[in-house]
Design a binder for this molecule. Structure first.
Ligand code: KIV
Length: 264
């Protein structure tokens, strides 16, 4: 079966069918998610804090993210794999954005990239789209700007809403195939959804979005302090530490390995 394409996502929007995108940073997890039929996997720069132990997404580099994206592509067959362009890898010029986008498609074999920002990066987005690189936009609380925002705060309240709406329209006009809306009032997300024809993907943006995205370690209860908008569907942190403790106990008491696990 072929991978999800950007045309598939546009068709889902026309049909009013809601879908999900899930972050993913490695091969084995990608293969588990692939089995679920998740249509889009995002190799987010959130790998910085959720995989590489950084404080936020700012420090992660292209060279760090490409091997993770390649592993996710190898672990999946039907999901559309979108890779984040890390902070500092696209802002400088159209040429810089193109060089980075091309690396993600050639070296990782990702099928699309995600870029944070609206009007301010519109030339970069146009260049990527012109040369055949599908682009997902990202507006609202864009984590690469956390230092400018002074923390992870809801964006787009009051007059700031108009700027986000203008950015969303500019992203659509530049050829983005979808837009992530992060940590904005639900009413604003709903308005953007009604004003653009491309899918809007919410994270902390309320229910009136075409799709929802979550960081997989939040969804599975692995993150120690998950944001309020994330729901943990499992307690993998508890499950994993429980399994390790059980195994340690079995080794200490001679219950592991048993006869079936032993060669003679
Ligand atoms: O990197 C990431 O995980 C993201 C999602 C929060 C959309 O950009």
């Amino acid at each position: 079966m072929a991978r999800t394409t950007i045309a598939t996502l546009a068709a889902k929007k026309r049909a009013g069918e809601k879908w999900v995108m899930l972050t993913c940073y490695d091969h084995v997890t990608a293969s588990v998610f692939e089995d679920t039929g998740v249509p889009v996997l995002l190799v987010g720069d959130s790998a910085a804090n959720n995989f590489l132990g950084e404080e936020n997404t700012v420090p992660v580099t292209v060279d760090e993210l490409i091997p993770l994206a390649r592993a996710v592509v190898r672990g999946s067959k039907r999901a559309l794999v979108v890779a984040d362009l890390p902070f500092g890898s696209y802002e400088v010029s159209k040429e810089q954005a193109l060089e980075t986008g091309i690396r993600f498609l050639k070296e990782a074999k990702a099928q699309a990239v995600k870029v944070e920002g609206g009007v301010r990066v519109i030339d970069q987005i146009r260049a990527l789209v012109t040369y055949g690189i599908p682009v997902m936009g990202h507006l609202g609380m864009t984590p690469q700007s956390v230092n400018a925002f002074g923390g992870f705060k809801v964006q787009g309240r009051g007059d700031a809403a108009e700027t986000i709406i203008e950015d969303a329209q500019a992203l659509q006009e530049a050829g983005c195939f979808a837009i992530v809306l992060e940590l904005i009032p639900a009413e604003l997300a709903s308005r953007i959804r009604s004003e653009v024809s491309i899918p809007v993907i919410g994270i902390g943006a309320g229910a009136d979005c075409d799709a929802q995205v979550l960081v997989w370690t939040d969804l599975m209860g692995l993150t120690e302090k998950a944001p309020r908008f994330a729901r943990a569907y499992r307690d993998l942190r508890g499950e994993m530490s429980g399994a390790v403790k059980e195994w340690m106990d079995d080794v200490a008491t001679g219950r592991f390995p048993n006869e079936a696990e032993t060669f003679h």
